[in-house]
Design a protein around this ligand. Sequence first.
Ligand code: ADP
Length: 329
Amino acid sequence: LPRQPAASPLLALDIGGTLIKLVYTASCEGDGGGSDGAELRFAKFERRRLQECFEFIRAKGLLGCNGTRSTNENVLLKATGGGAYKFADDFREKLGVYLDKLDEMDSVVSGANFLLQNIPGAAFTHMNGQRNPVDVSPNNLFPYLLVNIGSGVSILKVTGNRKFERVTGTHIGGGTMFGLAKLLTGCKSYDEFLQLSQKGDNFVLDLIVKDICGELVCQKQGLSTSTLASSFGKVITSKKRLTDYKPEDLASTLLSAFTYNIAQIAFLVASLLGLRRVFFGGSYIRGHKSTMENISFAIDFWSQSQMQAVFLRHEGYLGALGALMSYGD
Ligand code: ADP
């Protein structure tokens, strides 16, 4: 099958467990992007809104300048994520295009390496309220740990361009947290959940060291009084029911429980592999300041400041970016 025609805007997709991510270059409609057409654009849809994604692709003219079905017959789109297999027939039937299916981990690593090596300012730290750019030059970039927090979490050791190993992962990831959040807080969207968490207080539900030992004993033994002992641990001894808790406090507790847990797993894996730099990607982070602050705090705390958590712009689009890059292969 031929590739997507050179004159067309380029489009690549990452169809994950929760979200469909699109990365594309400026379209034929003069959709901005400058004369060289190289500016990248990003869009995402919930996976259950596949039809809206199709409409978007059509409306933006992303399949070619005269995007009629007959000309689309020859179009082969780069696509990654499990949904690239599951929905290939839908793309064929509804848009008349073929999907060229790419390995998900290959794509995520290519996307991360592309951002890190080509986009100045793409990597940054976020600690103590400060966002600072991280200077990554090709000779100090590798090896690094890549923690991609999507519906689940994948943890990869990256040693070079296209050189990586998926070390491990956990099924307790963004999908788990957002699933529980929908049940417990009634939130309708991820952004609503993040906003709720911002207004909440996790200490209403979380058990901290001080609650167990009492402040005086803690001080005598040199324990930090505010250290989390058990996420949601206060609920056990309380007479309150679910509806007695504020959705804000539930959201805040969920976000801190999952974020610290994933950061701790990342720290443990990085320690085992002797890696000092940990890059975080995936839509879980969503550019949310306190999520990045909490990850950074945890990595710094557990590693006694020997490791650094680094975040990426467009962190949710690593797989789709990697897929787009593969048009040049
Ligand atoms: P996947 O490829 O598995 O879909 P992503 O990297 O797209 O993974 O991340 C999905 C996770 O990101 C969700 O489980 C949720 O925690 C979070 N998320 C961010 N934005 C949204 C959104 N608009 N809708 C649902 N979940 C979102």
